[in-house]
Design a binder for this molecule. Structure first.
Ligand code: F6P
Length: 342
């Protein structure tokens, strides 16, 4: 078989583990040819590709990013581009395409499947918000990075008797905020799923400062104040999938907290640090398992499906169901985090 593979959307640690696993499994177990498309769907639009041999993927397991490059190219709603991608698949004589990406990439994958293309999806995002899979690779690394940052911020917050606001990624959901907040011992966590009140937050912080004169507040970039419709953005400019560039809520919040409590408050925005660099062992293993299963799915003819983690086992789920996300933070999990607020 000749298998095409691409990585789309924001990069994340563990992508190279998937690329390596797909290439090795396809070549060693089935004698396939593997073609890597450059920069997501753009590679199929512009016929930019490279044959991946065993040597091409040697040594990439611990590397962050994606050796194939990525982009947020969106052909949905542009019939000429969708057709061009289908033509690109034919031009490359691909028997199947494995698309590794988040909800946007998987949505394109599903549209192509409906048009008759033979596609298998692999879920990727540091946000962990894709439906039908318990975890996506990249998330564990992001949580580890944020937890380490919170640990560091604790010591300086304590020395200066300050409130530290830590802004983390999570466009629609607060998975990174909740998990890293739990692991790092945050005193308050604000997530998009649970609108917050600045007065209530300040009440919690003031009470805490009567006994412990420092605090850590973790806020997801997409968190909303009660009554607010739109999150704080860095730029209203939309990307091809219609997303604004989030960011800045940490600074807004830090000002509000300092004004209302009189306690010195500082902000740290972790930004792309969360997405860069070497993946954790967990993400390397999950990416590797996803990659191997995706190649098996291709050979089983399980097209229009996404590889998913359910408990400890891998499963194949319809793309149609996987794109019904975002998968929101579990209420019970947030209640556990709340036990430690204040
Ligand atoms: O999709 C994951 C994500 O990391 C979001 O948490 C964040 O809002 C977004 O990507 C940023 O993407 P970009 O690379 O387009 O700035």
């Amino acid at each position: 078989m000749k298998i095409g593979m691409l990585t789309g959307g924001g990069d994340c640690p563990g992508l190279n583990a998937v690329i390596r696993a797909v290439t090795r499994k396809a070549i060693v177990s089935y004698g396939d040819t593997v073609i890597g498309m450059r920069n997501g769907w753009k590679g199929l639009l512009q016929n930019e590709s490279i044959e991946l041999k065993l040597a091409s993927v040697s040594g990439i397991l611990p590397r962050g990013g994606t050796i194939l490059g990525t982009s947020r190219t969106n052909p949905i709603g542009k019939p000429d581009q969708m057709q061009k991608i289908l033509d690109g698949i034919r031009w490359h004589e691909l028997d199947a395409v494995i698309a590794i990406g988040g909800d946007d990439t998987l949505r394109v994958c599903n549209e192509l499947h409906k048009s008759g293309a033979k596609v298998v999806g692999v879920p990727k995002t540091i946000d962990n918000d894709i439906a039908e899979t318990d975890y996506t690779f990249g998330f564990n690394t992001a949580v580890q990075i944020v937890t380490e940052a919170i640990d560091r911020l604790h010591t300086t917050a304590e020395s200066h008797h300050r409130i530290m606001v830590v802004e983390v990624m999570g466009r629609n959901t607060g998975w990174i905020a909740v998990m890293s907040g739990l692991a790092g011992g945050a005193d308050a966590i604000l997530i998009p799923e649970v609108p917050y009140s600045v007065d209530e937050l300040c009440g919690i912080l003031k009470k805490r400062h009567e006994v412990k004169p420092f605090s850590i507040v973790v806020v997801a970039e997409g968190a909303l104040e009660k009554g607010q419709d739109e999150p704080v953005v860095q730029s209203h400019k939309l990307d091809e999938f219609g997303h604004v560039h989030l960011g800045g809520i940490g600074s807004v919040l830090a000002r509000q907290i300092e004004d209302r409590t009189g306690i010195q408050t500082r902000v740290t925005m972790l930004g792309y640090i969360q997405r860069g660099g070497t993946p954790t062992a967990y993400d390397r293993i999950l990416g590797t398992r996803f990659g191997v299963r995706a190649v098996e799915a291709v050979h089983e003819g399980e097209f229009g499906r996404m590889v998913a983690l359910k408990g400890e086992r891998l499963d194949l789920v319809p793309l149609e169901k996987a794109i019904r996300g975002p998968k929101r933070v579990d209420e019970a999990l947030f209640k556990v985090a709340e036990v430690f607020f204040g």
